[in-house]
Design a binder for this molecule. Structure first.
Ligand SMILES: Cc1cc2nc3c(=O)[nH]c(=O)nc-3n(C[C@H](O)[C@H](O)[C@H](O)COP(=O)(O)OP(=O)(O)OC[C@H]3O[C@@H](n4cnc5c(N)ncnc54)[C@H](O)[C@@H]3O)c2cc1C
Ligand code: FES
Length: 265
């Protein structure tokens, strides 16, 4: 695995949906090395921040040497990133961790809640490129917070909003029943509570846990396996490290009863 550390130049900044920023950076070696689902540790120079912040590569293009990151502002680090503009430099370390395993065949369903959608443009592109039928289920609080469907060319897109302003009125997990093909593989990212609801729903739909892969956004310190800050419980006993064993993991490797949502309580 090739990991780059160094400065990337911001070449584009945009607002893909309300409350989110997309930064496109130019770093050919890193762009060539990224596998869909992997993440970078981005250095932030905000006051009183020491640690890098983990962000999934939303997509990467080896030809142009570009990588996109989509994020919202929740604190000092993301606040600092959100005011980077064209020409600014970003100190990145990565790609890190394990991406999604995309090597199966058959239909794929993406279940994305909120900013969990950020990891999926590149994943969907790769799945469609492998000739797989892809259905993207997008959930957000309100329509303005949905990443536009044209970010997923070649895929069928269904939406759900908490306030009913677009698509289904309710949880994105409810869309699963109408999206099921024959033996689909499911890829998901979102708040832990949404992932737990997904696991519960798929149990009822008799979808085996091993056919679900999730991308976890556990709190991280180092991002490279030394601080043990990103441990998550395995079935039985013991822990996995999100930064090394994940962030993309088969759902049957996680103890869903013991995992907690550190951010949302
Ligand atoms: C592997 C990985 C990939 C990630 N990819 C993305 C991505 O593509 N886009 C994106 O927007 N975020 C992503 N995140 C989450 C992102 O790393 C955090 O939001 C970021 O580190 C927050 O830094 P901060 O300094 O702005 O906030 P902090 O000052 O660290 O935190 C401010 C507040 O926000 C809360 N908070 C921090 N992170 C989260 C979170 N993930 N969910 C809910 N609340 C949170 C904290 O508990 C605190 O209350 C990813 C996380 C991981 C582990
Ligand atoms: S973040 Fe330090 S061990 Fe995973």
């Amino acid at each position: 695995m090739s990991v780059a550390i160094g400065l990337a130049v911001v070449v584009e900044r945009s607002t893909p949906m309300r409350g989110a920023v997309e930064l496109v950076v130019h770093h050919p070696p890193a762009a060539a090395a990224v596998k869909p689902g992997q993440f970078f540790q981005l250095a932030v120079a905000a006051p009183q921040t020491i640690l890098r912040r983990p962000y999934s590569a939303a997509w990467a293009d080896p030809q142009s040497g570009r990588i996109g990151f989509i994020f919202n502002v929740v604190g000092a680090g993301s606040g600092w990133l959100a005011v980077r503009h064209e020409g600014h430099e970003l100190d990145l370390l990565g790609p890190l961790g394990r991406g999604f395993d995309l090597d199966r065949t058959g239909p794929a369903i993406i279940v994305a809640g909120g900013l969990g959608v950020a990891v999926f443009p590149g994943v969907v592109r790769a799945l469609v490129g492998r000739g797989r039928h892809v259905t993207v289920l997008l959930g957000a609080r309100t329509s303005a917070q949905l990443l536009p469907a044209d970010r997923f060319p070649g895929a069928e897109v269904m939406t759900a909003t908490d306030d009913g302003s677009a698509g289904y009125h309710g949880s994105v997990v409810d869309l699963l029943a109408s999206a099921r093909g024959e033996g689909p593989e499911i890829f998901s990212c979102g708040p832990t509570s949404m992932l737990q609801a997904l696991v519960e729903r798929t149990r009822r739909l008799e979808v085996p846990l091993r056919s679900i892969q999730v991308s976890l956004e556990s709190p991280m310190g180092c991002g490279v396996g030394t601080c043990l800050g990103c441990a998550i419980p395995r079935p039985g006993s013991g822990y996995l490290l999100t930064c090394l064993d994940g962030p993309c993991l088969a759902a049957d490797r996680i103890n869903w009863d013991r995992i907690t949502d550190t951010f949302h309580g």
